[in-house]
Design a protein around this ligand. Structure first.
Ligand code: ZN
Length: 131
């Protein structure tokens, strides 16, 4: 397993890129709108992992709610797994609380599923499986 990305909630990706791209020197290699999650996403590789900037595309986006409450910051950590169905089954059998019982389609066609912060010591955890 490895950390696939760190998800950071922002009001505007373009504004956030002034830091992450212009000032820090990372490169935005992929921008995409993930309709299912009502977000726009920018991916900036950093070593073997990525910074994922998230911008809400609607007022009922989970990111809008997060921004209202917290004003931005780390929203989730994404762990890359080989077999997401198996990982979900295992977590469920251990009594862990899942937000997604079945994988959904995420950025770049990956399969993703979220695990509830109640089961992870307060961190929203995303599982990612590459196609
Ligand atoms: Zn993510």
């Amino acid at each position: 397993m490895k950390i696939n990305h760190l998800g950071i909630a922002t009001k505007e990706i373009n504004e956030a890129l002034k830091f992450w791209e212009d000032a820090l020197g990372l490169e935005n290699v992929h921008t995409e709108e993930v309709e299912d999650q009502k977000v726009r996403v920018a991916m900036l590789p950093i070593g073997e992992t990525n910074i994922e900037l998230l911008e809400p595309t609607s007022e009922d986006s989970p990111i809008s709610k997060f921004l209202e409450k917290r004003g931005g910051g780390i929203h989730h950590i994404a762990v890359e797994v080989e077999d997401i169905e198996k990982s979900l089954e295992k977590l469920k059998s251990e009594g862990m609380r899942l937000i997604d019982e079945k994988p959904r389609i995420g950025t770049e066609g990956c399969l993703i599923a979220f695990v509830h912060p109640k089961s992870t010591n307060g961190v929203l955890l995303e599982l990612v499986q590459h196609k």
